[in-house]
Design a protein around this ligand. Structure first.
Ligand SMILES: *Cc1c(COP(=O)(O)O)cnc(C)c1O
Length: 382
């Protein structure tokens, strides 16, 4: 009846392959060539400013952010426990301590009130994740950050094209990290970008990305030799990856619009089940525009989730759960600490499943997901 529908399927949307051929013809395969620059220019348009540095992953961009902020042993960074490991790794790699706080039950984004009480004299930054492409509550976070003179780093991995009170994700923090991993909206297999919204940090970001050398300034004719001037690493993607990415990034608006269409199809179809208290749908605050990155539902209990995932798998449909909260993970216990209760994180992380959502998913396939979901949840009851 239902065909096999994976959770994610990376799709060609435009000129990705032609761009790769063109990149090879241009004769530069290393990074920071024609397609790297083209991607950075387009990203800058989407974010509406800042200096954009293409990276080989969002993980790399977050690591660059941690270096730029001079995080070190004894420093603390407040972040949600409900996030991907890279948010915390970037901090732990500098010898600093991730301080995990709970999330808001409506959006699953970092709870500003928990941030307020987590800040200590050791706090050096706040890392805010825009979960499911829905921006975190940035105005309140910014007030707290300003009161303590702290920078905010946006983990905008999932939020390319999203907006908070009309302002683009990626423009809201001092620094912001995007991902182009194949599970995101705009993809290049692996890929990412760092947005630097503080002009004083831009030159150093270029150095950190180039193994701690002033290679960029040398090629711009700003220094007469290129040398080792700071710590850094190889955070730059090659041109082939950038060429693929440019084919996608040109069509970012259309990609996001298609995902939002499927998102709304799910949202409308599941309203009745929510009214019957069989699941809870995502909540998007009125002042946030999301990019259709993810459609998740919250089931009543962890047991209900376990049998739901199994029932959907039996019908050939991939509906994975998501983050195992970092505060309870082996590395999180060793390298981080918890501030305040984790009630919401522990509860919701155990009941959340994600529905298939990718560019080439047809409306018909999405309707198949809905009918399989309905029969899995109601156990065949109408
Ligand atoms: C995907 C993701 C990352 C990591 O992105 P990569 O490009 O795979 O390094 C980091 N943080 C969040 C919130 C993510 O969703």
């Amino acid at each position: 009846m239902t065909s096999r529908i994976p959770f994610n399927r990376p799709t060609i949307v435009g000129r990705e392959l032609a761009n790769i051929v063109d990149a090879v013809t241009r004769g530069q395969l290393a990074g920071d060539g024609f397609y790297t620059r083209a991607c950075e220019t387009r990203l800058r348009d989407i974010v509406g400013g800042g200096s954009v540095f293409l990276t080989h992953s969002c993980t790399a961009a977050l690591e660059m952010a941690a270096i730029l902020l001079d995080l070190g042993p004894g420093d603390e960074v407040v972040m949600p426990s409900f996030t991907f490991v890279s948010t915390a790794n970037a901090v732990a790699l500098r010898g600093a301590t991730p301080v995990f706080v709970d999330v808001d039950p409506q959006t699953l984004n970092i709870d500003p009130e928990r941030v307020r009480t987590a800040v200590t004299a050791r706090t050096k930054a706040i890392f805010a994740v825009h979960y499911a492409g829905v921006p975190a509550e940035m105005d309140t976070l910014q007030q707290i950050a300003d009161a303590h003179r702290l920078p905010i780093v946006e983990d905008a991995a999932q939020a390319l094209g999203s907006r908070y009170r009309g302002r683009p994700a990626g423009s809201l923090g001092r620094l912001a990290a995007f991902s182009f991993h194949e599970t995101k909206n705009v993809i290049s297999g692996e890929g990412g970008a760092l947005v630097v919204n503080d002009p004083r940090l831009a030159d150093r970001a270029a150095i950190i990305r180039e193994k701690g050398t002033n290679r960029t300034q040398f090629f711009e004719g700003r220094v007469d030799k290129y040398t080792w001037v700071d710590i850094g690493s190889s955070f730059l993607p090659g041109e082939l990856v950038a060429a693929y990415l440019y084919g996608q990034i040109e069509l970012a608006d259309a990609i996001n619009a298609r995902r939002r269409a499927v998102w709304h199809l799910y949202h409308e179809a599941l309203e009745e089940l929510e009214r019957g208290a069989l699941l809870r749908r995502p909540v998007v605050p009125a002042h946030c525009d999301h990019n259709g990155h993810m459609y998740y539902v919250l089931l009543p209990t962890p047991d209900a989730r376990r049998s739901f995932i199994a029932a959907m798998a039996k019908q050939g449909i991939g509906t994975p759960f998501h983050y195992v909260p970092l505060h309870g993970s082996p590395a999180g216990r060793r390298l981080g600490r918890v501030s305040g209760p984790m009630r919401v994180t522990d509860d919701l992380a155990a009941r959340l499943v994600r529905l298939p959502l990718f560019h080439s998913l047809s409306d018909d396939a999405a309707r198949d997901v809905v009918s399989a979901l309905r029969s899995s949840i109601t156990g065949g009851r109408p």
